[in-house]
Design a protein around this ligand. Sequence first.
Ligand SMILES: [Zn+2]
Length: 474
Amino acid sequence: LVDMPERELRQLAQMLIFEFSQQAVARGGQAIFTDLNIYWEIPRHFRDVDAIGPGGQYTGKKYGDYLKEAQRFAKALFEVYMEGDGAGRPFFFPKPLVHITDEFFNTPGHEEFLHLICEVAAEKGNTYFVFDRGSTAKISECCRLSFKLNEADLEEARRPWKMRYCALQNVSINLPRVAYLSEGDTTKLFDNLTGFVELAVRAHLEKRAFIERLLSLGEKGPLALLCMDRDGEPYLRIGRVTHLIGMVGLNEMVKIHTGRELHESREALKFGLKVIAHLKLLSEKMSQRYGMRFVLEQTPAESTAYRFARLDLRYHSPLAAHMVKGDVSKGEIYYTNSTHLNVSAPLNPIERVKLEGLFHPLIEAGAITHIWLGEHRPSAASLANFVEKVFRLTQNDQIAFSPEFTTCIDCARTVRGLVDRCPYCGSDEVEGITRITGYFSKVSQWNKGKLGELKDRFRNRGFFDGPELKAANL
Ligand SMILES: [Zn+2]
């Protein structure tokens, strides 16, 4: 990128995004889930690392010497995101994750860059804001999955090809089920939680044994790709994988047990925190017991939030019928994702980010708060203000702003908001687009549970441009 003319740089950024957004070799023709971890500064773990250039050759410089080029390219990427695809739709992948760090605010030009990425967040919603406070370094991917880098990982950053991470499996716990089974008895509830975690761990052990058996067949086996050894160890280092323990429906669990939802009382919120702290403690205990890494993750739960609700309706009615969210008569039912607050609660975004952020330090492998914008388009300046406040004044790990779009299949134009008819040509051949969980997708592909959630989502109309944000000091 050194001395590359603006036009070519832009072209390269466009190619990168375009090619990742088109790779449809994964299941069902869905594009591969890809992420770009972007920093405005050169992150500390790369600064003094020998840079690799074209043809895999060392350039003789360190990555820290390429700050200017990296910043130019980061800007070019966001200019491409801003335009969207040919029909003006947001690119679904690769997701741009911008790490907001102390260094970010100490690096010249950050105001302008923050404005640009907030402009993209307001216009197309692409930007994810990942908050790395203090000396935290992490790599983020998937819906919210993140890998905190420890000493050994940071040492490996000297040889960037070593930075290969893997979460072998996520096993999710149906928290409302735990509450139904405990019938209001708190001791029983925590015992049941322990039992469920033990069951999840057993599932992990079985999967791990199975995968290890396949891996033992080496390059002649079905996992040959993962066994290839080009740098003194196999591509997949099984000793270093993590095993995720996820959770769904904390909000409903707390309601079943205490009578209130998380946002309705301090006691309910505190009880929720106690449950997640208990899960964290258990995962640490299990890690010690088995010599494996078990960590908590917010399950994205595109389908699990629906499936758990349906199963409980079958096995725990009539109580479950009052507890599941959505429209029971239409079958559009769901549980609230992970540790999120009720999506329909009319909380202002600051409250939501702050309260949901209380859970994030307990969930090492990734958490996110969604701010649903609907058809509203806030100004970049107010989002930038908001992002900085979230970094400085909350414990929240990651936020994303999600607008909604409708794209017309007949005239290929895109408008803001979810509508039934194209305002340009009047066609009803339209497709809604917004985030299902951690990523954008077409609403027509969603299951009934997520459709129910979509109807319930509280859209933050007006907040960002009103006096509330200015006044807020969290
Ligand atoms: Zn149209």
